[in-house]
Design a binder for this molecule. Structure first.
Ligand SMILES: Nc1ncnc2c1ncn2[C@@H]1O[C@H](COP(=O)(O)OP(=O)(O)OP(=O)(O)O)[C@@H](O)[C@H]1O
Ligand SMILES: CC(C)(CO)[C@@H](O)C(=O)[O-]
Ligand code: BAL
Length: 288
């Protein structure tokens, strides 16, 4: 049985009940899918109390983005949470999360939040870090779970927790995909069947890049770009970026780089903007 609470006061007894246990939080914007379920599963495995938050955060949406039309499916979300063994869903009102209205004090990400997603969505990571900070304060967990699909977000949350000495462990969870490779995403429900076929190019490009991981960074980028170009040439897909980055700071890796990297892509199919990320290891002998 999953409880639904809308206020911090209603949440408190659940937190008190597990004062000596491990408390986990999974933050979401709702419109839940199997990707979220994987986060819940990991949280259920690691923690005694699992809290899911559902909050479409206005601060992280730009003026021309999809805040108004973002899918809100609370009844279905509650069913999924119950199946996944979530103990309590905290779905606060905007007024509780932003009691002072538009916040004056925010958490800013610095340069790492200005590349890639940050470059295409100005202010996005300030909105994300501010809400993640708030939701950590409101839910007081031992562990918080985030998806690798949003790799830059995960890296910045880790960095915030480090830089601000926050007493929480951040757990990254691998991306859940449809059988054909498309990363599960709430925004997939905007796609027509033609657009979905186009959107598949993102994961195909990442996997094509991954296959070249033994041949160096340039080979990875070239292989991924070659896949993207076939679809951009027809005008069906508009690519915002394809980048091979160091996961520690999200800077583009040099050609001779070896070690852990992330291949990141963002593109638009019709009016729907999607992102995908794949961790890969560049091996020493491969550098060109
Ligand atoms: N396919 C997935 N696999 C693993 N984690 C995921 C997946 N999709 C989303 N998540 C994670 O779930 C959490 C909540 O994400 P969110 O509610 O924004 O869903 P989303 O599908 O990423 O939505 P959107 O389509 O709006 O980007 C984030 O930590 C995100 O990284
Ligand atoms: C972490 C998050 C819930 C903050 O609103 C959001 O950015 C998301 O769903 O990835
Ligand atoms: N999934 C990341 C949140 C966003 O795109 O707004």
């Amino acid at each position: 049985m999953t409880a639904l609470v809308h206020t911090r006061a209603e949440l408190q007894p659940f937190l008190d009940g597990f004062a000596n246990g491990k408390r986990g939080v999974v933050m979401t914007m709702g419109a839940l899918h199997e990707g979220h379920l994987e986060l819940f599963k990991q949280a259920r495995h690691d923690c005694d109390l699992v809290v899911a938050t559902i909050f479409v955060n206005p601060l992280q949406f730009g003026p021309n983005e999809d805040f108004d039309r973002y899918p809100r499916t609370l009844d279905d979300d509650l069913k999924l949470c119950a199946e996944a063994g979530v103990d309590v869903v905290y779905a606060p009102a905007v007024e509780e999360v932003y009691p002072g209205g538009q916040p004056i004090v925010k958490v800013t990400p610095g340069p790492m939040g200005e590349t890639l997603e940050g470059a295409f969505r100005p202010g996005f990571f300030t909105g994300v870090l501010t809400i993640v900070n708030k939701l950590l304060n409101l839910t007081d967990p031992d562990k918080a779970f985030f998806g690798q699909k949003d790799a830059q977000q995960l890296a910045l949350v880790r960095r915030m927790v480090l830089d601000l000495n926050m007493p929480v462990e951040i757990i990254g969870v691998p991306t859940v995909r449809d059988e054909d490779g498309l990363a599960k995403s709430s925004r997939n429900r905007y796609l027509s069947s033609e657009e979905r076929a186009t959107a598949l190019t993102l994961s195909r490009a990442l996997f094509a890049g991954q296959e070249k991981a033994t041949e160096g960074a340039d080979a990875v980028r070239d292989a991924a770009n070659a896949v993207l170009e076939r679809t951009t040439a027809t005008g069906e897909l508009t690519v915002d970026y394809l980048a091979l980055v160091d996961p520690r700071d999200f800077s583009e890796v040099p050609p001779a780089f070896t070690g852990q990297a992330v291949l990141a892509v963002a593109a638009r199919a019709g009016t729907t903007r999607l992102i995908d990320n794949l961790p890969l290891t560049l091996t020493p002998h491969g550098a060109r």
